[in-house]
Design a protein around this ligand. Sequence first.
Ligand code: FE
Ligand code: ZN
Ligand code: FE
Ligand code: FE
Length: 222
Amino acid sequence: MKTETKSTAKKSSTATKSKSTADSKSTASKSTGSKTTASKSSSSSKAGKVKAKSTAAEGLRELYMDSLKDIYWAEKALLKALPKMAKNATTESLIMAIDEHTAVTEEQVARLEKVFELAGKKATAKKCEAMDGLIKEAQDIMESTEPGPVRDAGIIAASQKVEHYEIATYGTLCAFAKTLGEDEAAQLLEATLNEEKQADMTLTEAAYNNINFEATEADDEE
Ligand code: FE
Ligand code: ZN
Ligand code: FE
Ligand code: FE
């Protein structure tokens, strides 16, 4: 957490320094200078959609945008899923942790919209199969456990998988943004990355330590 990858920011040598939104609007015609359109694929005319993949920088930018759409969908899905998890939890500190992270998630959605804006694009969501699966797993756990410490433990397990997925995603997005010369976007993405790490720690330290497993021990003697 303390190590910051400052070096990657400097690597954006070929990325166009003009931060104007025009840069991303004209994806087809823009040439980044050094590399010519040698590897332009001829299959790009399919369905009239022309997508130039002539340079590595353009390919990375496309990957970056796809990943942004993916996590935008994921965050919005979490805005619906987190309150359900809080409702099914019983440990006070866990409920508080989830409620707080729901509020934080709302800010993260807004932050992503800003990142899209910085890239000159409209915020679009594309279904994230991974997050969809993680949320389904959380639902399965809640359905298969009794309310109480065990379900709480299951909710923590499920939400930590969610946080780890987000940490991986924002870590990658942050590195992509830096490489692409999107410094302002990188800062926003890093802010979210730190919030996800914080949420993960809160779930581990605060919530888990407070679950009272002893309380149900007697009930389990059937
Ligand atoms: Fe998030
Ligand atoms: Zn995803
Ligand atoms: Fe995904
Ligand atoms: Fe999160």
